[in-house]
Ligand binder design. Structure first.
Ligand code: MN
Length: 206
């Protein structure tokens, strides 16, 4: 109606053996679609949000009554986060390079140290949420954020603010069918299918 499920640039089986076909299918067509359906149902009753981009809806969040604001944050966040996540994955081999590589080196030391820190933060996150690589004022940092909150939602909601470069879904629905409790195996699998070209594009965008 207002928000639509984005199509993927790969098939559900293309990310095998790292992300399995069944999980990808359920994750995209059921989990992501449900966030969209719920968000659309809320937006339907808020005419001031009709025809706005997601970014503009986020800007209007403080003006929305709490009863609608919280479910809207959860569901529009679910839509936005998954949209960024899908584009950040690929079955093609891509490499960390260019300005993003340079800034990862400046901020973390090197790619290996960066990945270890990303893994550590992902492992230490208790409960549902996402790990984010975030850009703010030409600086990069990693932060895990609860539920479906997004760094673009700002300090008050997400505990931080910045532009998302790369993200990893830490909800169990993202990995439980294949990896069960082995979150670290899921994180390690993720590195094989990261779309570094997309991350670099996002880094150079702002
Ligand atoms: Mn998810």
């Amino acid at each position: 109606m207002y928000l639509n499920l984005p199509s993927l640039q790969y098939s559900y089986e293309d990310l095998e053996p790292y992300f399995d076909k069944l999980t990808m299918n359920i994750h995209h067509t059921k989990h992501h679609q449900t966030y969209i359906n719920n968000a659309n149902n809320i937006i339907k009753n808020l005419p001031e949000l009709h025809n706005l981009s997601i970014e503009n809806i986020l800007n209007k969040l403080p003006k929305i009554k709490e009863k609608q604001r919280i479910p809207l944050i959860n569901n529009i966040g679910g839509h936005l986060n998954h949209s960024i996540f899908w584009k950040g994955l690929t079955n093609k081999k891509t490499f960390l390079k260019g300005e993003l590589k340079k800034y990862i080196k400046i901020n973390f030391g090197n790619e290996k140290i960066f990945k270890k820190l990303f893994e550590k933060i992902s492992m230490n996150h208790f409960g549902s949420g996402w790990t984010w690589l975030i850009k703010k004022d030409k600086k990069l940092f990693i932060k895990s954020i609860f539920n479906q909150n997004n760094p673009l939602m700002g300090e008050k909601i997400s505990g931080t603010y910045g532009y998302p470069i790369l993200c990893l879904d830490l909800w169990e629905h993202a990995y439980y069918l294949k990896y069960q409790n082995r979150r670290l195996d899921y994180i390690n699998a993720f590195w094989n299918i990261v779309n570094w070209e997309e991350a670099e594009k996002r880094f150079n965008k702002i």
